[in-house]
Design a protein around this ligand. Structure first.
Ligand code: GDP
Length: 296
């Protein structure tokens, strides 16, 4: 993952890091190439522009150019910028203590990996000692309810299903009621998706959110779709309100453009990445580690 951009960066840095002296023009040339690499990686153009301007501001001053190891300083500047654009600090889910219910709303388009991610998250939280109930409120994709039941059984997490249900709001409400009665402390609501963002979906999700009153509203975004994942996240954030993003299929994403753009464009942090199809393939998102990987 991130292979192409990472290869490009290591080639670029090899060209400056060996030099004891570099000129402002050297820096400008490399930044120009970084710009091309970021655009090729499908990073949002506004984000690229900001990245380039900030890096030039920091890296063309005397402090860098006249330092003993300007190449290393320059690399550090680029690294710190990448970390900043990826979201700075690791952001975890903000859940309440075990004596009350913390509802989590999982949102996303069809095929984004939402149902798989619901199970991954449930497995992770129950490993951490939380008592988790999954709620099957994706009533649009025909197989979603069965899929969640199968996954729930596999990971040993209860799944709330209403047979023949048509109203996701009623399912969500019933799921929460059951959670309170049976003393679950975490409820993960798998909601409906569509092939694309549309008014009917947004209306449905707003209604579900109203009854669920989630402590976390998390979008599952498919990192392989690059720019389009960013547009979708922006739309969901404006219409539903997001507290976090899970970037799925990060294992298959060679470019990393969505990871680099999401925080800046939506203001919403990436909290986890999906790194495979299995229920254990969910990892916390650490901006500095990803920046390190990009720099190679
Ligand atoms: P939904 O329509 O959003 O509920 O999507 P699904 O959960 O059914 O996932 C769609 C496809 O993406 C399935 O084949 C999943 O196995 C696959 N998938 C989900 N997350 C990941 C991931 O992190 N990595 C990979 N490689 N595949 C994933």
């Amino acid at each position: 993952m991130l292979d192409r951009i990472s290869q490009k960066f290591s080639d670029l840095f090899r060209s400056v890091s060996g030099n004891n002296r570099i000129t402002e023009q050297n820096v400008r040339d490399v930044v120009q190439e970084i710009k091309v690499a970021l655009l090729e990686a499908d990073v949002n153009v506004r984000v690229v522009r900001r990245f380039v301007n900030r890096t030039l501001e920091d890296a063309t001053g005397d402090a860098v150019l006249r330092s003993v190891s300007p190449g290393q300083m320059f690399t550090k500047i680029v690294h710190d910028r990448l970390v900043e654009f990826l979201g700075d600090e690791r952001q975890d889910l903000q859940l309440k203590g075990p004596d009350t219910v913390s509802p989590i709303l999982l949102l996303g388009l069809q095929g984004s990996g939402k149902t798989t991610t619901a199970a991954k998250l449930a497995a992770r939280l129950s490993r951490e000692g939380r008592k988790v109930l999954l709620v099957a409120a994706d009533l649009v994709r025909p197989a979603a309810v069965d899929q969640l039941q199968v996954l729930g059984e596999r990971i040993g997490v209860a799944v709330h299903v209403v047979d023949g249900a048509r109203d996701p709001v009623a399912v969500a409400k019933a799921g929460l009621k059951r959670a309170k009665k049976e003393l679950y402390d975490t409820v993960i609501v798998d909601t409906s998706g569509r092939m694309q963002v549309d008014a009917a979906l947004m209306k449905e999700l707003q209604a579900v959110k109203k009854v669920v009153q989630p402590v976390e509203s998390v979008l599952v975004a498919d990192s392989m779709t690059g720019q389009s994942a960013v547009d979708i996240a922006k739309e969901f954030n404006e219409q539903i309100g997001l507290s976090g993003i899970i970037l799925s299929k990060f294992d298959s994403d060679a470019r990393g453009g969505a990871a680099l753009s999401l925080k800046t464009i939506t203001g919403t942090p990436i909290k986890f990445i999906g790194v495979g199809e299995k229920t254990e393939d969910l990892e916390p998102f650490y901006p500095d580690r990803i920046a390190g990987r990009i720099l190679g």
